[in-house]
Design a protein around this ligand. Sequence first.
Ligand SMILES: CC(C)(COP(=O)(O)OP(=O)(O)OC[C@H]1O[C@@H](n2cnc3c(N)ncnc32)[C@H](O)[C@@H]1OP(=O)(O)O)[C@@H](O)C(=O)NCCC(=O)NCCS
Length: 148
Amino acid sequence: MRYLEMEPSHIGGVKKLLDMCFDSSAWSESMIRSQLEKPCSYCTIAEECGDIIAYLAYEQIADEGSIIEVAVHPDYRRQGIARELINSALHNSEGLSEVFLEVRESNISARALYESLGFEELSVRADYYDDPKENAVIMRKIYENSGN
Ligand SMILES: CC(C)(COP(=O)(O)OP(=O)(O)OC[C@H]1O[C@@H](n2cnc3c(N)ncnc32)[C@H](O)[C@@H]1OP(=O)(O)O)[C@@H](O)C(=O)NCCC(=O)NCCS
């Protein structure tokens, strides 16, 4: 398996992966492309035998990071791949004070992943998601040198 910085040629493979991981709420190809093209965005993938089996979209603006999207192919879960993608994105970020993310309240595996990486629940946004309607849990990780 290889971890790579995402390129435009990976968009189709990422789309296939997200369709598998997110049902009706999966991003379209144009959303994946716009995320890749944002100047503040850092997208990485994991590839196995030519297939894209994991994806991370991360952003940093000034001292604030955001985990935008993360997905791992069902056959490759619980092998530390999401943890590796997120840790290396955070490790490569300079001058971070805090990192935020939103997650569906019912997404127990993702919430466990983020907690294992030091994120803590900050607040709940009611009915934030559609299809199906659901609350979002906002999580935050604070960096010790941030002064917060
Ligand atoms: C959430 C997701 C990205 C996790 O990917 P993963 O590669 O399996 O996660 P990792 O193997 O790196 O897990 C790291 C830690 O997270 C926690 N974790 C991950 N999945 C878990 C699960 N199903 N149940 C409990 N804890 C879990 C564990 O603490 C785990 O460490 P451990 O295996 O040593 O116990 C994956 O399940 C997925 O793609 N889900 C569908 C898409 C999704 O919901 N994305 C998040 C949107 S906010």
